[in-house]
Every structure is written in C-alpha cells, then in structure tokens.
Write a protein of this length. Structure first.
Length: 578
C-alpha cells in the first residue's frame, strides 16, 4: 500500500466517525445546533459591517489613512500566522506523542510516516477552520472598501488556504525536530528566551514613558513612526504573511499580475514545505516517538531528580494536607489535578506562554499611563479595552483548558461516581480550585495594569473586583458546560473543545463578556458625562450600583449551568455515556 493510500484510509475512518458524531449531535440537539448556526451567521454579518466601518474610517484619515490600514492588515496576517504555528505545534505534539491513539496505530500495518502526515493534516483542520471563519469578514471587507470585483473574493478563497497550510507544515517539522533532538542545548535556549522575556517585563515596568509627548505632538509622520515603528517587522519580505498582505492589497487595487506573483509564491512554498514534511520530517517520526516514550519512562522511574528541592518536593511532602479547613480527600483530588496539569506540556506550556504575554503587555502599559490628563475619555477607553483584552483571553483559556476537565477523566469517571467522595464534591472541588487559581492570576495582571495606568484606589479596586467576577463566571460556564456536554471518547483536549459543547461554550462566554462589559463601563461613562457639584459622591454610588449589578449578572449566568450540572450528576447520567 502506498503512502497516499494509507493516509486516505486514515482520513476515511476519521471522516466517517466525524460524520456520525455530527449527525448524532444534530439529531439530539437541534435547538442548540440552530443557535450555533445563527450565531455564526450573525458573526459573519456583524463582523463584516464592523470591519468595513473600521477600514473606511482609517482610509479617510488625512495623511496616514492608507498607511495605517496597510499596517493593520500586515499585523493581522502576521499574528494569524503566529497563532497557527503555535496552535498546530501544540495539537500535533499532544496527538502524536502524548495521545494513546498513536501507540495503537503503530501496532497496525499503517506506516509511521502515514501516521505523522495524517496527524499533521488533522491538526491543520482542527486549528484552521475557526480562524478561516473569523477572518472571512476581514477579506470581504477589504474587497468592499477598495471596490474590488467578484473575482477578488474567488481568488482569495483559493489562495487563503495556502497561508493556513504553511504554519501547519512549519509546526510539523518544528515538533519533529524538537522531540527528536531535545537536549541540553535546546533547554539552554529555552531558558535564554525566558530570561529575555523577563528583561522585557522589567524594562517595561521601569522604563520611561513618552506617550504624553506623542499625544501633544503635531508632527504626524514622526508620531506615526514612533508609535507604529515596531510594525515594520511584520512587513519583512521573507514572511508568508507579508506575501498574503501584498497579494490582497494588489488584487484589491486591481494589480492582477503583481498579486498573482505573490499567490504563486505562496503556492510554491506550500509545496516545498509539504515536501519537507513528507521527505524530511516523516521518517523521523518513529525514532522521535520512541525517544519521547523512553524519556517519559525514565522520568517516571527515577526516584531522585535534580529539581526535587523545588515544586515536586513540595507536592511529595503533601503540603495540601496541612492546609486548615481542607479535607484530606479534597486535598488528594486537588493534588491529582495539579499533577495531571503539570505533567502534560500541551496543557501548562500554552497557559504559561499566554500569562507571560499578558504580564509583558501589562508591564508595558506605562506607554499610555502619562497621557494628557485633560482627555479622561482616552484613559477610559484604554482601561476598558485593557479589561476586554484580559476577558477575551481568559475566555479562550477557560474554553481550551477548563471545559475538557471532566471529559479527560475518561472511562475512570465511574470510580469517582461510586466512591464516598461523590461526583458533586468532585465538581465543586474543581470549580473552586480553578476559579481561585485563575482569579488570582488575572487579579494580579489587572492590578499591575491598573498601576501602570495610574488608576485611583477606588477605581483600581473596581477593576480588580470585576476581573475576579469575570474569572469566576467564565470558569463556572466552561466547567458546567463540560459536564453537560461530555466527550469521553477523545483523549485530546483540542478535539474535545472543537466539538459541539466547546463551540457553545465559546459562544456563551462571548455573550457573557458583552453583557458584563455593558454594565462594567457604566461608571466610567457616567464620570465623563456628568460633572455636577456632587460628582464624586454620585460616581461612588453609581460604581456601587454597577458592582451590585455585576454580582447579580455573574450569579445568574454562572448559577444556572451549575444548577443543571449538579442535577445531571445526581441522576448519574454521565456514567451512561462511558
């Protein structure tokens, strides 16, 4: 059997499995499936309108309109590509080197090369379909803004998948290389990267702020260069994202041949990197998988390791058992969850990177902390956007890591259901544990960003309390929906999240964030529109009223899924899905 025939067999099996699950979901939950389809259609319409409005506004700015629109387009495609490389690498590593399916497939007549290539295709499909839907309104709005014809949309629809394929191929070769040659040199490079990130955080915290000078400056060209000078890295002619940006802009302006040359460049590099995956990376699959299993076995069997005096030594001493008012069985469950999380690189590595980037972002907000005090609306918009960014990032993290928690228990869940602990206490333990951890991390980030923005104590307390409520609401939504829509058959968290329940969780998180933000910004808007003699006292009353409304909203949004989850656990319906 040829390599292409083996990949076709794997694709046919997975397609039939996916089709059966989709048909079952559509049959059992027609109302929820209709809600998801309506939400996606609403996003396409509203997103198209928002992108068109934003691009038209930028292009009408005198002097810098086209430059700003071009830079935004370059940055968008650049970050899309980075996100896809990171997402594909995590998915491929967890599915190929950590999943149980690989060990079973290696015992079949299917060759390891076909397994590697199919897992690469699978990670590409899982990670790219959402981004393709999210970016569709952007491409459509570009054609509308620059007056492109219908052929523009057809050509972009044919070429855009090539940009999505390039990160998948890069991630596949990167994962195969790192697993195969992981050693002291790569660890040193990793520590060097972490040190560089820490230096950037400290330099952003203690560095000088020149944003106030930019606000008062009248030199548009100098201000544009100082504010967006760092975006020149996204315009590097060796980046595929830059080729996509150039192709889109040229086709939108009617330069067919020049845009077509960039499209052919994307096609040639997609073929070249695909050839590299087939010829170079795929033969290293079996040796790399053997090495990864050998490292795991050696790490598990070793009784004394070099870092026993740090985190693992603390866990082995059972310090959770000595926490007051914490039962020993609850401490054992918490210790189990923490160990499972820290032992899986596909779980803790993305979380560490995201929180590190947020810390870097919060530490560099001093660029705007010294803005002109005569323009308080600017600081209100900046602080509200800061809260929104943290909330959206938190929504992604909770959907990606908290939603699959119950499903990852797998077929061992019946042990918890029949134990004296009970499934209800397991649910409450997970909810409390992850809500406390996430709330503490996001509260620290919001506190740092509030200090950088120069917030007064009352406003800083309002923002930190708001992010704590947001963390609890998003965590409870993700965990409760994970109980209501479990998937005990897939061992990969990415596949669990990509199902019906994960999509619904992301939609409800987005709706909750919109409702929360609508109430949250009310005190700031009131402070900037009412300037009476009792302004300070009125603002405090409005802030207290808004805080009470946020508590009620979080209680309702988070309480209803928790209530239905506990009811389902009492009937032990979850055990019927095993």
């Amino acid at each position: 059997m040829t390599l292409a025939a083996e990949i076709a067999v794997l694709a046919r099996v997975h397609w039939r499995s996916f089709r059966a699950k989709a048909r079952q979901t559509a049959t059992r939950s027609r109302l929820l499936a209709s809600v998801i389809l309506l939400f996606l259609a609403g996003y396409l319409i509203i997103g198209y309108w928002m992108f068109c409005t934003g691009l038209e506004y930028m292009t009408t700015l005198p002097g810098v309109g086209m430059l700003l629109a071009t830079r935004v387009l370059y940055m968008t495609f650049f970050f899309f590509m980075l996100m896809l490389v990171f997402s594909n690498a995590i998915l491929l590593y967890s599915a190929l080197f950590r999943g149980k399916e690989t060990a079973w497939l290696l015992t079949t007549p299917v060759s390891p090369r076909a397994i590697f290539l199919w897992k690469t295709i699978e990670s590409f499909l899982v990670s790219s379909w959402g981004l393709a839907i999210l970016s569709a309104p952007l491409l459509a709005s570009i054609g509308k803004t620059f007056g492109a014809g219908p052929w523009f949309y057809i050509k972009c629809a044919l070429i855009y998948p090539l940009l999505l394929m390039l990160p998948a191929a890069i991630a596949a070769m990167l994962v195969a290389f790192l697993v195969r040659f992981w050693g002291r040199t790569l660890r040193v490079l990793l520590w060097a990267g972490m040190a560089f990130g820490a230096w950037k955080v400290l330099s952003g915290w203690f560095g000088p702020s020149d944003f106030a000078d930019l606000v008062k400056s009248t030199d548009i060209r100098a201000g544009f260069q100082r504010v967006l000078g760092f975006t020149e890295a996204t315009m590097n002619p060796f980046l595929p994202s830059a080729w996509m940006s150039e192709m889109t802009l040229n086709w939108a302006h009617g330069y067919e041949s020049r845009g077509g040359s960039y499209g052919l460049l994307l096609l040639s590099w997609a073929l070249l990197l695909g050839w590299g995956c087939v010829v170079v990376a795929s033969p290293a699959t079996y040796p790399a998988w053997n090495l990864s299993q050998w490292r795991r076995a050696r790490r598990t069997g070793r009784k004394r390791q070099e870092f026993d005096t740090t985190l693992q030594a603390a866990f082995r001493s059972h310090w959770l058992d000595r926490v007051p008012f914490l039962r020993r069985d609850t401490a054992a469950l918490m210790r189990k969850d923490i160990k499972e999380f820290t032992r899986d690189p596909s779980q803790w590595v993305p979380s560490a990177i995201v929180f590190s980037l947020l810390l870097l972002y919060a530490s560099n907000l001093n660029r705007a902390a010294d803005a002109d005090p005569s323009r308080p609306m600017f600081k209100l918009v900046l602080s509200s956007l800061n809260f929104g960014v943290c909330s959206l990032t938190l929504s992604t993290l909770t959907t990606r890591f908290i939603f699959p928690m119950f499903s990852l228990e797998g077929r061992r869940l019946w042990i918890l259901g029949l134990s004296p602990v009970g499934m209800e206490r397991v649910f409450r333990q997970k909810l409390t544990q992850y809500a406390v951890i996430i709330s503490a991390a996001t509260c620290l980030l919001m506190f740092i960003s509030g200090l950088r923005l120069g917030m007064p104590p009352a406003e800083l307390a309002y923002y930190t309390g708001g992010i704590v409520l947001m963390s609890f609401g998003l965590t409870s939504l993700a965990l409760s929906l994970g109980v209501l829509f479990p998937n005990f058959h897939d061992a990969s968290p990415a596949k669990i999240v990509s199902g019906f329940g994960g999509t619904l969780c992301l939609i409800l998180n987005f709706i909750f964030i919109l409702l929360f933000m609508a109430v949250f910004v009310w005190p700031g808007v009131f402070a900037n529109t009412h300037k009476g003699p009792d302004w300070a006292g009125d603002r405090q009353h409005v802030m207290l009223l808004a805080a009470g409304a946020l508590v009620v909203l979080t209680t309702v949004i988070a309480g209803l899924p928790i209530f239905f989850s506990l009811r389902r656990m009492k009937r032990l319906e979850l055990l019927g899905n095993l």
